[in-house]
Design a protein. Structure first.
Length: 333
């Protein structure tokens, strides 16, 4: 699953909203039970996420991911209108574990196996797949349920752009023109009764982990990564870190709390990104600075805070069956 259960897509969608309307990607995903209702049997669920993004040459594309929880196992099936779309399945290492979704089995109907999962209506805890049986790392996501009945599709699928369009603020918060025709169509559609979604409230982990990224078939890239690894090894400002079968040299990231660098894992080189143990994201904490701006900020800061907070209110990350069917019909995918 793109899971860490959606950690990357969810958090990026939130950050894109914070950067203003008109981003090149508008992610909207919500968890939903297979029958479109809140399921009493929370061990079996199915949710759908959508990602709309633009390409200056070819217009816009749509990615769709169906997340299935069945008998305590999590699966992900991805499709896209982008002919160059490539599903990313990576490698994650901890001090004592290997979590290699890239090597996980694939179910013909449900898609890529992501690991075992404990799922309720509002909390998912994923133990990611490990080919060697590693057990220490878990990802926990906490959600709140939003009722979408009667809401405009655009208001939910791209709340930042909806806010800018309906308030004539597109000069300040531009909307990509490739998406305007799509937006015009979906803005005429409302979600029917029984539509709902999940909005991420918190994401956390049980262990510090290192994500490894590389295309091992690309020899030129391997040479570049090897050169980067050697440069970081000889850089006195980097830190040597050892993980499971992995030697990494990392540098602090001025834009985040996550150090980055290069890693050598089983004779191959990778870009590497470190995530500390514990809380990765909390919606209330993230919104606090904007809420503070409403009280003490400048006029411009208050206007921007209103924009972000309003957009966040309707942000969905996983859709139930009823909502997903409505979106599929509207966008014809």
């Amino acid at each position: 699953m793109k899971i860490k259960l959606l950690s990357f897509t969810i958090l990026s969608s939130i950050m894109l909203t914070a950067c203003g309307g008109g981003s090149s990607s508008n992610n909207s995903s919500q968890p939903s039970s297979g029958n479109g209702q809140t399921s009493g049997n929370t061990s079996n669920q199915q949710w759908t996420s959508y990602d709309f993004y633009t390409d200056q040459k070819d217009g816009y594309f749509i990615d769709k991911e169906v997340l299935t929880v069945k008998d305590g196992k999590a699966y992900s099936k991805e499709t896209s209108t982008d002919p160059s779309y490539h599903s990313y399945k990576g490698i994650t290492v901890t001090s004592d574990g290997l979590y290699d979704e890239v090597n996980a089995p694939v179910d013909a109907q449900l898609g890529h196996y992501s690991g075992t999962i404990q799922a309720s209506n509002t909390q998912w805890t994923l133990s990611p797949y490990s080919s060697i049986g590693s057990k220490g790392l878990q990802y926990t996501q906490k959600y709140t349920t939003l009722n979408l009945s009667g809401k405009n599709l655009l208001e939910v699928l791209s709340p930042a752009d909806y806010y800018a369009i309906t308030r004539n603020l597109t000069d300040k918060y531009p909307v990509k023109h490739y998406l305007l025709d799509l937006y015009a169509n979906i803005s005429k559609v409302k979600f029917p009764e029984g539509s709902s979604c999940l909005q991420l409230q918190e994401f956390s982990n049980t262990q510090e982990y290192l994500d490894l990224d590389a295309d091992l078939k690309n020899k030129e890239q391997q040479n570049q990564l090897a050169q980067g690894w050697l440069e970081f090894k000889n850089d006195t400002t980097t830190t040597l870190r050892n993980f499971k079968d992995t030697t990494a040299y990392l540098k602090e990231n001025t834009n985040s709390d996550s150090p980055y660098g290069y890693a050598l894992y089983k004779n191959n080189y990778y870009s590497a990104f470190l995530t500390p143990k514990g809380l990765e994201f909390n919606m209330n904490e993230w919104l606090k600075s904007y809420q503070d701006d409403l009280k003490t900020g400048t006029a411009e800061e208050k206007a921007y805070a209103n924009y972000v907070i309003a957009a966040t209110q309707n942000m969905c990350h996983l859709y139930n069956a009823k909502a997903a069917q409505t979106i599929a019909s509207a966008v014809k995918f």
